[in-house]
Design a binder for this molecule. Structure first.
Ligand code: NAD
Length: 300
């Protein structure tokens, strides 16, 4: 069996197209232009590329973006002031703090300072809590991209065993929190999974991954998932992004695993493009929610 490719690039293009139609309609009806503020600290080249891509993507769907740059000598309290200003600014709907922050900065304090209603990455404790309780305000971007991609290809999750390798706050844990819910907005078929999370301390990783109907790798180690670790017919989602000899590769031995899986995401062109599309979706949701609260306040 040669697996069918889950085309994240095309799925992301379709999602952006859908979103730009919604944004256009929203604006035609008098809504404000959804605006995303990105806070970039220091001059890490990869972070600069990510932020530039996010700004470009905003433009593609009719949203505005604002870049707030600070040097890597900025203190935690100076960054908190920046966030306070953005939180108060009614023309900014979403705020993202590009990670990683310089080591001297208290990342948790900074992320916690983003107003929950503008926390389009869904990192703050309130938004994480709402997700765990099954009533998310925003779905975290990369996990949301994974589910969107599976749903587009009608790969159902209900009752199936999903094994996630990696327990980060950005991918592994929030994805698990989403998949165990009864419904996260795609209908019950695309939730209700039985989820196992594996991590660096898991014993006999291969025996766990071989049980997966759907295997998600989110570690950051090239070729961690080899063909003997995959059940024939499994769906394989590779979230990893690694640079090897100037080439981008995932965590999965793509060439070999492709021969046993039923569906597989490539790297690049798999989950990556969806992450930004989901960020834009959250920014639009943030704008809609803030407008609704504003309208309610005026009505009162
Ligand atoms: P992280 O470093 O925060 O977490 C990695 C996880 O892997 C940890 O939970 C750790 O326990 C686990 N791990 C490490 N070694 C392991 C091993 N030998 N066996 C099993 N588990 C092991 O990483 P992250 O932020 O979740 O990112 C993971 C990968 O996904 C990276 O390559 C990153 O670049 C990529 N990523 C991609 C996107 C995207 O949009 N496609 C978004 C976020 C992260």
């Amino acid at each position: 069996m040669t697996a069918q490719i889950l085309d994240g690039k095309e799925t992301a293009r379709l999602l952006r197209e859908e979103l730009s139609v919604e944004v256009e309609k929203w604006r035609a009806e008098g809504g404000p232009q959804p605006t995303l503020a990105a806070v970039l600290v220091g001059d890490d080249p990869a972070s600069q590329v990510y932020v530039r891509n996010k700004e470009r993507a905003c433009g593609q769907v009719g949203m505005a973006s604002r870049l707030i740059r600070r040097s890597d000598t900025t203190s935690t309290s100076e960054l908190l002031d920046v966030l306070h200003e953005l939180n108060e600014d009614s023309q900014v709907h979403g705020i993202l703090v590009q990670l990683p922050l310089p080591k001297a900065i208290d990342t948790h304090r900074v992320l916690d300072a983003v107003a929950a209603s503008k926390d389009v990455d869904a990192f703050c404790p309130e938004n994480v809590g709402l997700l765990v309780q099954g009533r998310p305000r925003f779905l975290p971007c990369t996990p949301h991209g994974v589910v969107n991609l599976l749903a587009r290809y009608r790969i159902e999750l209900a009752g199936r065993h999903v094994v996630i390798v990696g327990r980060s706050e950005i991918v592994g844990k929030p994805l698990a929190n989403m998949l165990v819910q009864r419904d996260i907005g795609f209908g019950p078929k695309y939730a209700n999974a039985t989820v196992t999370i594996c991590h660096s301390q898991s014993a006999d990783l291969a025996s766990m991954t071989r049980q997966a109907d759907v295997l998600v790798a989110a570690v950051g180690r090239p070729c961690l998932i080899t063909v003997d670790m995959v059940k024939p017919g499994a769906v394989v989602v590779d979230v990893g992004i690694n640079r090897v000899d100037e080439k981008l590769v995932g965590d999965v031995d793509f060439a070999a695993v492709r021969e046993v899986a039923s569906f597989i995401t490539p790297v690049p062109g798999g989950v990556g493009p969806l992450t930004i599309a989901m960020l834009l979706r959250n920014n639009f949701t943030a704008c809609e929610l803030q407008q609704a609260v504003g309208d309610a306040t005026i009505a009162n």
